[in-house]
Design a protein around this ligand. Structure first.
Ligand code: ADP
Ligand code: ZN
Length: 618
């Protein structure tokens, strides 16, 4: 085979000019008949690694995939590219089943997606044996590991593949990063000296930012106003919070739906599907949302409550920007969340679980407190060294986070606590510090205390933040058995008050100012959003109509990134159109002209006619 053949197929079929990191070596290994084990982050482009060789090989590539919704989207996507793909799972009707099996037997199928349950039925394996199998692709391979977080017993059936199909290569893919699970997957699948790839977990197009969580509703409204029309996910810690936030945002006129495990399956499926199809702009969800979301144009992921661990945070933020376009990850952080979560953790019976959970939460807090580039911190968590000194795409590197000495303020706050008898909640302490004139203060005569008003030079949120931080640092503890959280000065707090211990805190930006910093290396595409926004919107609208007609998610037709590039480059001929990343031959044939016409129209109408100058005629 011609060395450059995969490259040609990449251009013609997928419409991409170059491979993403590791795609080419993976594809070549599969083509050479090797087993492959690949760990790549979400958005790394795993599907292409097996779709492309599936087209080149004779015979069918059997893809085992754990989720029905994912399978359906993958089949739709592949078919849009002109790949002969089908799925067999528990929802496949008899007619489709027969048709698919026939296509396979006649050699008319490139890709067959099956659920592990389907694979595990004896009749099915017998049937497979009668066909020419090019290779097996195991998607979400960590589902085979009991050590992973998404163990699926049916995946264990895949252990038989090497016995039943000894000459057929297996390519296993996962985005789960830990070394233990990786080793276990290879062992469970019994891979034969696999070619192993571990891609970088860096997602350069994601920006990471942590802001101080103060007035959540106001902050969310302010953020969403700054990203009109963009798709995004807001994660909240509990179902109730999900419901509340969704209601609040709906009242403010945003296109929002809630999603959590308390909703019926049908409701959830509907929400997920509508979000995929761009019919819902924003989802407010618990962490139940996300598995099986293939949507490529999620432009922001907000964590409105502190995630429980870094792994979860990474996976959830990873749902943003699969198409490679700039996307934002925002964490709203406050020590009040830490204290709340700690109080839950303390209630765990099993000391081992308690310790692990607390250690994981502490890692997360350390991440929020940023003593280094956020990207570097995340990657280090997964055992990867980020080499650049400044990533240019996080708040730490953009110099938005400052550490300040807060010893004097800490003394003021602790003194307010002490002088009011360690008996009042944070709200009241803050009122005392800023010198508020509340009825409670008058009644308790707290306006006569020496600490009354000593903090009037700083806003209330600052003091709330500081007091919570002091509790987290152990300078105060929440008294047990109170109806509401009441902090009490500890020995360490006394040391601070006596000037024996310095206190440093982080000054997070709050969101209200909405810095919307322009990152230096931010894709030119973002500019094009602004400049050619109208055209982009027209293309999007057209895509939405086509998607509705064809019952597929819009990104299956073209991704946002592709549309942005069209709006930016404004191709005027089919040849130009084919140069756009994401426009392959088949998509050009099916959709190219529709979009091309729109662009040509747009360009001709908006280009100014040279003014007619009668003098020039003479
Ligand atoms: P994963 O399964 O690893 O999360 P996907 O296979 O869904 O990632 O790919 C993510 C996105 O990247 C898709 O929109 C896909 O079309 C795009 N993509 C994949 N490979 C390339 C490439 N070589 N060049 C440009 N875009 C690519
Ligand atoms: Zn950085």
């Amino acid at each position: 085979m011609d060395e450059n053949f995969p490259q040609k197929v990449l251009r013609q079929l997928f419409g991409f000019d170059s491979f993403r990191p590791n795609q080419e070596v993976i594809i070549k290994s599969i083509l050479s008949g090797c087993d492959v084990f690949a760990v790549m982050p979400t958005g790394g482009g795993k599907s292409l690694c097996y779709q492309l060789p599936a087209v080149i090989f004779d015979g069918v590539c059997v893809v085992v995939s754990p989720l029905l919704s994912l399978m359906k989207d993958q089949v739709d996507s592949a078919r849009e590219l002109g790949i002969r793909a089908a799925t067999l799972n528990s929802t496949t009707g008899k007619r489709d089943f027969v048709q698919t099996v026939q296509a396979m037997e006649n050699g008319n199928l490139d890709l067959l997606y099956v659920s592990p349950e389907r694979f595990n039925t004896p009749g099915f394996i017998e049937r497979l044996k009668k066909n020419k199998i090019a290779f097996f692709a195991i998607d979400e391979a960590h589902c085979i590991s009991e050590w992973g977080h998404q163990f699926r017993p049916d995946y264990l059936a895949l252990r038989q593949i090497v016995d039943i199909f000894p000459n057929v290569p297996i390519a296993a893919f996962t985005a789960t990063a830990t070394a233990e699970v990786s080793a276990d997957i290879q062992k469970q699948l019994r891979l034969r000296e696999p070619f192993c790839v571990r891609a970088s977990f860096d997602r350069p197009n994601l920006s990471y930012r942590v802001v101080y969580k103060d007035d959540l509703s106001l902050q969310l409204v302010s953020f969403l106003t700054s990203v009109p029309g963009q798709s995004g996910i807001i994660y909240r810690g509990t179902r109730k919070k999900v419901e509340d936030t969704a209601k609040m945002l709906t009242k403010h006129g945003f296109d929002v739906r809630p999603y959590h495990a308390g909703m019926s399956d049908t409701e959830r499926a509907w929400v997920q599907d509508a979000f995929s199809k761009d019919q819902i702009q924003i989802i407010v969800a618990t962490i139940a949302f996300g598995m099986g979301i293939d949507k490529s144009n999620v432009r922001f992921v907000i964590h409105a409550d502190l995630p429980k661990n870094i792994e979860g945070y990474y996976q959830e933020t990873g749902r943003a920007g699969r198409d490679g376009s700039p996307s934002q990850c925002l964490l709203l952080f406050g020590y009040q969340d830490v204290i709340l979560q700690k109080s839950f953790i303390d209630k765990y019976e099993d000391p081992q679980v308690r310790d692990t959970t607390w250690r994981q939460l502490q890692e997360m807090i350390k991440f929020a407190e940023a003593d280094q580039c956020r990207r570097k911190a995340l990657l280090r968590y997964f055992g990867e060294e980020y080499s650049s000194a400044n990533c240019g795409n996080c708040d730490f590197c953009n110099d938005e986070i400052h550490r300040v000495d807060a010893t004097v303020d800490a003394q003021k706050a602790l003194s307010a606590m002490q002088r009011t008898g360690n008996r009042y909640g944070i709200g009241h302490l803050v009122d005392v510090l800023v010198g508020a004139k509340t009825a409670k203060i008058k009644q308790l005569k707290h306006n006569t205390l020496p600490t009354y008003g000593v903090g009037s030079d700083k806003p209330k949120p600052y003091w709330r933040f500081l007091i919570n931080a002091l509790v987290y640092k152990g300078a105060a503890i929440m008294k047990p058995d109170c109806d509401y959280p009441v902090p009490q000065v500890t020995q360490y707090g006394w040391d601070i008050m006596r000037g024996n211990e310095p206190v440093e805190i982080i000054q997070f930006p709050t969101l209200k100012k909405q810095p919307r910093t322009k990152v230096e290396n931010e894709d030119v595409l973002t500019d094009s959003i602004r400049n050619d926004h109208d055209l982009f919107e027209m293309l999007r609208q057209r895509r939405k109509e086509l998607a509705q007609e064809r019952h597929v998610p819009p990104y299956v037709i073209f991704t946002d990134k592709t549309l942005l590039e069209m709006a930016n480059q404004k191709p005027m001929t089919p040849e130009d159109m084919l140069k756009i990343a994401g426009v392959g031959e088949r998509k050009m044939e099916v959709y190219g002209m529709t979009f091309l016409e729109l662009i040509v129209d747009y360009v001709l109408v908006t280009v100014e006619e040279p003014e007619f100058d009668p003098e020039w005629l003479e």
